[in-house]
Design a binder for this molecule. Structure first.
Ligand code: UDX
Length: 454
């Protein structure tokens, strides 16, 4: 991508400190840098990105007044988010004020702030310093629509009494069922409604960027464009729009690529549940034996700390299992996922369907086996299996026979062939979107012009 000689205007990125949020923000930074912007990343000290992977960026740590609560299954997400926002506000204010001072000394324009929608307190800080700000939504537009829909549906008395158990489709929400709504994971309804109201309020922000594209969720994106007073830009797949650069918080084990090189085309099932999902010990056995019995080769990411009550997930695998699979299985702690999904040997992805994994799989044309856990993952799964129809859902969670059956369907049956064909078509659409005059290509150019105009 050609640089446009923009006088190196500075863009300050404020990511939310979780892997699934850091990746799209750093990718956006890489894209904007390739367009001539100078990039500063203001990041929290916990989960700070690997600065060595982005030598052209300036990284500035935001200090926390107190230790923020960890964000995982067992801690209320809203509480954790609120403490994250509150504790970093004062330090961010100082950092931004310093940047403004420096830029003014060098006679540069005001920096533009791009912040993750979940870092909502940034908007107030930017406003107080009279800095233009743009929101980046890292989740799908449909999951955000369905998240926001809850308050209205509740007000209208339209939430079925079975709540998260209801099989009913939400009227007007494009194949999304009530049981898919992200809201049922929240422990406290009042704080959920408060968070919805906070996220809905775009304040004085100048624009919204979506990590998405028309060919995936045109109606949800159009819905936001109609509702918002500010321009919306949809850029995706970001990892294909700029030179590759890893945003991994864990060390990537590249030995799995050497292992993949030895496998035949489209034969390997890749298994990963992202950076946050925690599974139980019994799930490890179910996944393992589902894979072993499928007789397909597999590459399995068992992230340290991802199994309840166990530090080393690898210890949970029995000798019997290891003997049965032998060289047919490759197990790593963390993989270079983009490279894995782009490898010719990978033929299917058993995934929790986080939005990044979904986009990365789609843009490589890899069909999915879906096992969502929480938040946006059920909505993503709905789209994968019912709207784009590029995957199969494990309806009963992690259960060995069902895993084995899904792998067989995907790899050896007519239904799998059709799914694979649709996945290849969807991949082609994403390729067109980033080519000259494609939707993401145009949206990026409009965004660049927009930032210059601020
Ligand atoms: C979280 C939420 O759980 C998810 O639902 C939301 O959509 C984004 O934030 P996470 O669970 O980590 O994200 O999943 P996902 O969105 O798929 O992001 C994981 C990222 O880690 C991907 O970019 C993937 O490429 C990367 N990854 C994962 C690796 O680089 N190596 C691995 O071994 C596994």
């Amino acid at each position: 991508m050609e640089k446009q000689g923009l006088g190196f205007r500075r863009v300050v990125l404020v990511p939310c400190p979780w892997q699934g949020h850091i990746n799209p923000m750093l990718r956006l930074g890489t894209i904007l840098h390739s367009k001539g912007f100078s990039i500063t990343v203001a990041h929290t000290q916990s989960n700070s990105p690997n600065t060595g992977n982005h030598p052209d960026f300036v990284f500035l740590p935001i200090l926390s007044e107190k230790k923020s609560s960890e964000c995982n299954d067992s801690v209320d997400f809203v509480v954790s988010l609120s403490s994250l926002n509150l504790n970093h506000k004062a330090s961010l204010q100082k950092i931004l004020a310093r940047i403004v001072e420096q830029e003014q000394k060098q006679h540069e324009g005001l920096p533009c702030i791009i912040y993750d929608a979940l870092m909502y307190s940034v908007e107030e800080v930017a406003h107080s310093l009279k800095l233009p700000s743009i929101i980046l939504h890292t989740s799908s537009a449909t999951s955000v629509v369905s998240f926001f829909a809850y308050a209205q549906l509740r007000e209208e008395g339209r939430i079925p009494s079975q709540g998260s158990e209801s099989m009913e489709l939400v009227p007007g929400y494009h194949s999304v069922g009530f049981k898919d709504l992200p809201v049922f994971d929240f422990k406290n309804e009042d704080s959920l409604l408060e968070l919805t109201a906070t996220l809905r309020n775009t304040g004085s922000s100048s624009a919204i960027i979506w990590n998405s594209m028309d060919c995936l969720e045109q109606s949800s994106l159009a819905h936001f464009q109609q509702q918002c007073q500010v321009p919306n830009f949809s850029l995706c797949p970001m990892q294909k729009m700029a030179p590759a650069s890893s945003g991994s918080l864990w060390e990537e084990d590249h030995s799995c690529i050497t292992w993949l090189d030895k496998q035949t085309e489209n034969s390997v099932i890749y298994v990963s549940f992202g950076s946050v999902v925690i599974i139980d010990e019994k799930d490890v056995a179910e996944i393992g034996w589902g894979l072993a019995n499928s007789k397909q080769p597999f590459l399995w990411v068992l992230r340290p700390g991802s199994v309840n009550g166990s530090n080393s997930a690898d210890d949970l695998l029995s000798d019997d299992f290891k003997e049965t699979v032998g060289e047919r299985g490759c197990i790593v702690k963390w993989a270079p996922q983009e490279q894995v999904l782009g490898h010719r040997a990978v033929g299917g992805f058993l995934s929790h369907c986080g939005w990044n994994s979904t986009l990365e799989s789609i843009s490589e044309g890899v069909p999915m086996i879906c096992r969502p856990s929480f938040h946006d993952q059920r909505v993503n799964t709905r789209y994968i299996s019912h709207v784009w129809r590029v995957g199969i859902t494990l309806e009963n969670g992690l259960e060995r026979e069902e895993i084995q059956k899904a792998i067989k369907t995907l790899m050896a049956e007519k239904q799998g062939e059709e799914i694979r064909e649709r996945a290849a078509n969807l991949k082609r659409k994403t390729e067109i979107a980033i080519q000259k005059n494609g939707s993401s290509y145009n949206s990026l150019n409009e965004l660049v012009e927009f930032i210059i105009s601020l």
